[in-house]
Structure formats: C-alpha cells, structure tokens
Design a protein around this ligand. Sequence first.
Ligand code: NAP
Length: 463
Amino acid sequence: MPEPSADADRPRRVAIVGAGPSGFYTAAALLNGDEFDYSIDLIDRQPAPYGLVRYGVAPDHPKIKAVARVFERIIEDDRVRYLGNVEVGHDLQRADLLAHYDQVVYAVGGESDRRLGLADEDLPGSHSSTALVAWYSGHPDFIDLPVDLSGSTAVVVGIGNVAMDVARVLARPAEDLATTDIADPALATLRESALEDLYVLARRGPAQAACTPSELKEIAHLEKVDLIANPADMELDEASEEFAQEDRQAGKNVDLLREIAAAPPCCAPRRIHLRFLSSPKEIVAEDGKVSGVRIERNRLTPTDSGYLQAVGTGTFEELPADLLVRAIGYRSLPLADLPFDDRRGIIPNAAGRILDPATEEPLPREYVVGWVKRGPTGLIGSNKPDGAETAAAMIEDFPAAPPAPQGEPAALDALLAERGVRVVRYADWQRIDAEEIARGKAQGRPRVKMVRIEEMLEFLDGA
Ligand code: NAP
C-alpha cells in the first residue's frame, strides 16, 4: 500500500470535472480501493448529472439509460458530493481547482463535433449530430436549435451508431417516441415532420460500417419505415470480403445488409436509403438554406497500414436534402490553460496523466479520462476500464503529490458562495428527478425533462 501523504489528517480531496460515465467510473474505481480516505466532488456545469446518459443515449433506448442506477449508488456514497450548475472555466478556474483539491480529473467528454471541411457547413438546415442529439435529448444549450422538418428529404452523413440513432429518431413515427423521455419541444417538431426520404451516407463499404449489428437490426425492423440498400453495393472488393470473414461485427453487418438489399422495398410512408461508398463533396444551397448534397462515388484502396481508404472516382450525383446532419463523430474542446492535441482532439496524456507538451512530463496532480483522454469512441461501459486506469495512476502518484493548500470542502463552498454560484446539490437533483418522473407518469412516460436551466432553478428556489 502507498505511504500516506504529508497531509494525511484530512481525506484526500479529488475534483472530477464532468459528471458523465467516465467521471463516475473514475470515482467508483477510487472508492473501491482502500488505499485512502476520500472526499470526492463531482462537478458538472449542468444542474442534471449523468452526461451522455441523459443527453446522448437515444430516448428510445431506455435500457441503456438504466446505468444511471449504478451512478446513483456512487453519488449517494458519503464520500462523494455532487456540485451541479458549476462551470469550470467560468465559476471555477483551473487555479481554484488546484488550490482546493489534491488531485483533479477532467472527464469533460466531447462537447463539439468533427467537421466535414465543406463550404456552407453552417448554413440553416445543416446540423451536427452532436447538436441534434442534444436537442432531442433536452440539453439546455441546444433546446432552441432551429430544426426544420418541413421538407421531405434529409441526408445523414456517417454510418456509426450515432448516425443510426439520428436516422431512427427522425424516421420512426412520432407516436412511438411520445412514450419516451424525448424533449417535449423536439417531440412537437417531430410530430409535424414532413420527412419522407432519408439518405444515410457511408464513405466506405458495408464491411466498414461503424455501427453495431444490433443498431442496424433495429433500424431494419422499424414500423412504417422501409430500409433500402443497393444490391450492387453488397459486392465487396477482395480485401473487404476477407475483412468481413475475419471480423465478427463486420461479418454480421454484411450479412444483415445483404438481407436488407435483397428485400424489395414495400410501401412504408418513410424510407431510409443506405448509400455506401458515397462522400459529400458540396452542400447545395437555395434561398440561404441547405437544399441538397453533391456526393462523389468512392472506391476503396488500401493504405500502407492495410486500412481501406475511400478514394473518389470522379462520378458525382446530387441528392435532395432539406436537412443535413453530419454524424461523423464527436470532438472534445480545449480547456483553458490545459494542453490540447488539436489534431487528435484530446488532452495529451499517458494512461490518464496529463502531459506537458513542452517536456512530455506529467503535470503534477492533473488527470484526464473518457473521450477527452482517448478520443470519441466506445460504449458507456468502455469508460469502466478507462476510469480504472486513470484512478490507478492517481493512486500511484498521490503519496508524492503536495497537498492542496485549501483542502477543506467548506473552503470551496465558501468560494462558490462568494461568487454567487447556485450550486445544485444531489438533494436538489433528487427533487428535479422526482418531479420529472411524476410529470412523466401522468403521460405514461419515464419522465418529462426540464429542458432549461432557469426552469430547474425556478423549480428549486421558486420564481
Ligand atoms: P463512429 O462510430 O466513429 O462513426 C463515425 C462515422 O462517421 C463512421 O462511419 C466514419 O466513417 C464516418 N466519418 C468520419 N469522418 C467522415 C468524413 N469526413 N466523411 C464521411 N464520413 C465520415 O462515431 P459515432 O457514431 O459518433 O459514435 C461514437 C461512439 O459512441 C461509438 O463508439 C459508438 O459505438 C458509440 N455509440 C453507441 C451507441 C449504442 O450503443 N447504441 C449509440 C451511440 C453511440 P469511417 O469508418 O470511414 O471513418
């Protein structure tokens, strides 16, 4: 067991910035060890905890959201406090965290999105999946996103699980979503949707589809939606065929896609068209908004590493698109004063220890976990081993770490009070949670979300 630090009289103070899955799994890994006595603050800029479990998991996937029960048990541990509605970079600066906590972990996820690099990417009618998912999930920052579903066509770029979620939520009948916790303003817009044809663009072939077979199966079996794939796209090149035989997920996806392509489209009011080997090359605009996407047909060529890369063939086509959703990946944002690897979109680190880019040495007392540590891939459960790795580095480093000068929770509370921050504590969240569930019960839904911060604070404190 490590030697106790110089200031062993008080519990070891840890700030976890970001109360999403990676933050919770890091907290759990620290608490599960018996190395030290802990006092952990989970800090989030939203009043509501759970990050992407609340604001990213699709509303029609309630089973995945059930992981919040696991997180509740962690937050209810006496050694943990929840400090919601506290924004690091605004209410608290990095220097404040280092003054008040022995160790700090950044678990801030990926708040932004990868860009296609095309002109007009920000025209009205064009949205990132990051924004669209947050919109239908009731994230306060995105609830006013101007999503216009009055047109009949949409294009979703990318074929990862997020693209599948977006295509499914846009295409499935709104009455199916009316029994979920989807945000009310989004549900109202979806009820009025005139959408008929939605194109999902995959820049590579069926064997390289990033989505999981279960997501594909789900979208294939949607009521009142035809899923259409082109049989010609199912003729794979030799390298892809080999890959589909070796890789379980790729093989399953190819089998499913071949079944889908073989089934004749029926008569559903909405259609999802899967278009493989297709890259958007130009956003077509009319009257200052998106009206179409010019796409180029690709072929696959292996790079030196064996990766099968999409290369344009010079054959173009224009698809109509009243709505364009770029679902090509999340991206983390830099945090003030902390190093950031702009190319990879992560905070540079070694097993969770933040590295100073000038020296490549770890910064004392500062760590990273989750998407901002390893990039925006992986399921919620991927954060468990990731959190354990970061926690192990923290435990190993702690004996040599100088204690924070103001390591009493009361000192931090006084600082926040002095700055006029209305901290949303766990008991406050429990009241919001109970109210949302009660409102949902009246409508036969798991909950009706409060979608604005002011609404939550007014509910807590009165108007
Ligand atoms: P992802 O799995 O990395 O998929 C990104 C997709 O965008 C890929 O199809 C990729 O194609 C494509 N893409 C990237 N850059 C592109 C470009 N410039 N032009 C055209 N296409 C481009 O990312 P994600 O869908 O955002 O999902 C993030 C993580 O969350 C994943 O690990 C996912 O499994 C997980 N997730 C899971 C669930 C679930 O379990 N239900 C739901 C949502 C998300 P290439 O393959 O060619 O790069």
